[in-house]
Design a protein around this ligand. Structure first.
Ligand code: NBP
Length: 484
């Protein structure tokens, strides 16, 4: 009898190939297919040689080679390729079969696809897969969501191939309905933008403000990696700073300072605006990449725009510790904002998210893996209804410890003319969040003055709306109230 596969993977680029080999290592028989069919044989003759992987040269053959109910994972470019893949598969599937999209799809596409496939009697999963090539091969962090009935079909395979926390728990669990998995993956990527930006700001200040060499900064980041900041991104930053080019000079200093991006940080920032949640640090991280990309304009502006170019004097070691604390406080704000946004998304899109569990999905296998995430899990274990991580006792105490340093760093950088958009926006958010009163009373008066947008009063019931004829020339008619 012909051997049948446990799962099929369509898309034999870097992620698909490595996931297949990972599944094979864990004893699963995988059917492999790719749009450009020659890549199937190339894969079987090379990386998959000697494995149990079965090559399929058409969609029909792929489907026919699978055990029922069928599980077919698309690892193709996000967007149209996923819709095209689904269209091609549907005529060959039976009710109860499951299509899985493991790419970086936008969560709204996943919501649409889940509904569409469920209406046709099929099951659908949109799963975040994080950790790049190495993660896919050795154990990614996986964030599946979609049709809840699909989870038991893939649970064993996904949890077998996923990364594990230091305690041995797989970094893969069901996130929630329809687009929840892809939403959480988007949040992960966006938090990664924030983490990278705050590290870059620390580096910028040490280099430009203190004049530290890459060798010294390598030592600093290596030391920081033994503190609360212990994480993959701090570790690779230390490695990068130590890396020498052929001439013995630091390679990092020869790299063009123009950042690229693939869009998930922007997606999250746009979504945070849609939801009305101030995810300021991540948005600043996206804008910082945009500003860096304006290299030619910056080069021209640098010649004509004045500003300070002073160096920081005084105790350099003490200031380096100030920077570490500023980084830590900013990181706490970034995660607090990211989790606030996920909480609002859960309300908006009707998901039940387990925030402590999400933190542990990211504990290994992905780019933002860190010890810090365990503290987030502990905070949600203490209080599952926590409205902000900033209010958790551990994080509150940590911010208290870092606060003076954080303010000193931002003030010094402003004086020196070193841009710290993420550090400073995080501090502004912190001060705004802890303000009982903000100047929005004046803002509401302005809106009512020019547009009759109405306001509420502190000394009147909350549901009572007022409009003032501020100039004596306007009418008494108020504008309708609505939220954009
Ligand atoms: P790519 O994102 O580079 O996509 C290449 C694959 O998509 C190839 O197999 C290609 O087939 C297939 N494809 C395309 Br392009 N258009 C297609 C279509 N219309 N119909 C069918 N197949 C089509 O591959 P990747 O880097 O392995 O990433 C796969 C997914 O995983 C993406 O969504 C990506 O965002 C996500 N992801 C990537 C990483 C990473 O580190 N690379 C990490 C995490 C997530 P062909 O060979 O015929 O052109």
């Amino acid at each position: 009898m012909e051997k049948k596969g446990d799962i099929a993977v369509i898309g034999l680029a870097v992620m698909g190939q490595n996931l297949i080999l990972n599944m094979n290592d864990h004893g699963y028989t995988v059917v492999a297919h790719n749009r450009t069919v020659s890549k199937v044989d190339e894969f079987l003759d090379n990386a998959a040689k000697g494995t149990k992987v079965i090559g399929a040269h058409s969609i029909e053959e792929t489907v026919g080679l699978l055990k029922m109910p069928r599980k077919i994972m698309l690892m193709v470019k996000a967007g149209e390729a996923v819709d095209q893949g689904i269209e091609k598969l549907l005529p060959h599937l039976s009710p109860g079969d499951c299509i899985i999209d493991g790419g970086n799809s936008h969560f709204t596409d996943t919501i649409r696809r889940t509904t569409c496939l469920e209406e046709k009697g099929f099951l659908y999963i949109g799963t975040g897969v994080s950790g790049g090539e190495e993660g896919a091969r050795r154990g990614p962090s996986m964030m599946p969501g979609g049709s809840p009935r699909a989870w038991p079909l893939v649970k064993d395979i996904f949890r077998a191939i996923a990364a594990r926390t230091p305690d041995g728990v797989p970094c893969c669990d069901w996130v929630g309905d329809n687009g929840a998995g892809h939403y959480v993956k988007m949040a992960h990527n966006a938090i990664e933008y924030g983490d990278m930006q705050i590290i870059c700001e620390a580096y910028h200040l040490m280099k430009q403000g203190l004049g530290l060499t890459s060798r010294r900064m390598h030592a600093v980041f290596s030391r920081w990696n033994k503190t609360e900041l212990d994480s993959y991104l701090i570790e690779i930053t230390a490695d990068i700073l130590a890396y020498r080019d052929d001439d013995g000079k630091a390679l990092v200093e020869k790299i063009l300072d123009k950042a690229g991006q693939k869009g998930t940080g922007k997606w999250f920032s746009v979504n945070s605006l849609d939801l009305g949640i101030p995810v300021t640090l991540i948005a600043e991280a996206v804008y910082a990449r945009c500003l860096s990309a304006l290299k030619d304009e910056r080069v021209a502006a640098a010649k004509v725009l004045a500003g300070p170019h002073a160096k920081i004097t005084g105790d350099a070691a003490a200031f380096v510790e100030d920077i570490r604390r500023a980084l830590l406080a900013s990181k706490i704000v970034s995660y607090a904002q990211g989790f606030m946004c996920m909480r609002e998304a859960a309300r908006e899109y009707h998901w039940t998210l387990d925030y402590g569990n999400i933190a542990m999905l990211w504990r290994s296998g992905c780019i933002i893996r860190s010890v810090f995430l365990e503290r987030i899990k502990a905070a949600y274990d203490r209080n599952p209804g926590l409205s902000s991580l900033l209010l958790d006792d551990y994080f509150r105490a940590l911010i208290d410890k870092c606060q003076k340093s954080w303010r000193r760093v931002v003030m010094t950088a402003v004086r020196m003319g070193v841009p710290l958009p993420a550090f400073s926006s995080a501090l502004a958010f912190y001060d705004g969040y802890r303000s009982e009163k903000l100047p929005a009373n004046l803002l509401q008066a302005q809106r009512d003055y020019f547009g009759a947008h109405t306001y509420r009063r502190l000394d009147a019931p909350a549901d009572k709306i007022f409009h003032t004829n501020w100039t004596g020339r306007g009418g008494e008619v108020a504008s309708g109230t609505y939220t954009v």
